[in-house]
Design a protein around this ligand. Structure first.
Ligand code: HEC
Length: 177
């Protein structure tokens, strides 16, 4: 995304308490019911449900039983120190730090992470910040593809439902190219 547009998006902050509370409730519901939602072999890849279909799953990446819990553990170990315990991001993430770099944004749906399709999310996590822009380390040599997907499944499980649905549509368009 060009720098200007990116900054504009960053300023659009939606850290609404009610939305967060809803996200938390949904997150807990998802964690509680995750096994029943996983249909092995069904819906492989990043495909979205057909238009009008009831959203069968709360997140996009087919989550085998335990995937979200595994993602939560990986997140706590590797990501929470920067992105916050619950993915809430740095307090002043919309402003560059004293070093001129961007602080860690929220991943919990209150920022703009959901503006990125799956391929972009994976790439950011694999490769880290584009040079000079932020201090996000690259994870490609530390986490496997599956582990990266599990972490994404975890933070997506925290997104409020309307955000997940918007993301599913956007991601389906991006995937169709
Ligand atoms: C040392 C601090 C640090 C750690 C640890 C870290 N990140 Fe980040 N992360 C950042 C920063 C800073 C940015 C913003 C980078 C930029 O603008 O280039 C970022 C950006 C991101 C983004 C893009 C978000 C968006 O809204 O555009 C994702 C996704 C992400 N990180 C996921 C992760 C995951 C998953 C982990 C753990 C495996 C992790 N990060 C660990 C600092 C960190």
């Amino acid at each position: 995304m060009p720098g200007k547009a990116r900054r504009a998006v960053r300023r659009g902050r939606h850290g609404h308490a009610a939305v967060r509370a809803l996200g938390l409730m949904l997150g807990l519901a998802v964690l509680g019911g995750c096994d029943s939602d996983a249909v092995p072999g069904a819906d492989a890849g990043a495909g979205a449900p057909a238009a009008g279909a009831a959203p069968a799953r709360a997140w996009t990446i087919p989550a085998a039983p335990g995937t979200i819990a595994r993602g939560a553990r990986l997140y706590a170990e590797h990501c929470a120190r920067c992105h916050g315990e619950r993915g809430e991001g740095a307090p002043r993430w919309t402003q560059r730090g004293p070093d001129g770099r961007w602080p860690p944004p929220p991943l919990d749906g209150s920022g703009h992470t959901w503006h990125h399709d799956l391929a972009t999310l994976k790439r950011v996590i694999r490769e880290g910040s584009p040079a000079g822009q932020g201090n996000m380390p690259a994870w490609g040599d530390k986490l496997t593809e599956e582990e990266i997907e599990a972490v994404i499944a975890w933070f997506q499980s925290r997104w409020p439902a309307p955000i997940r649905e918007t993301w599913l549509e956007m991601n389906a368009r991006a995937t169709r190219g």
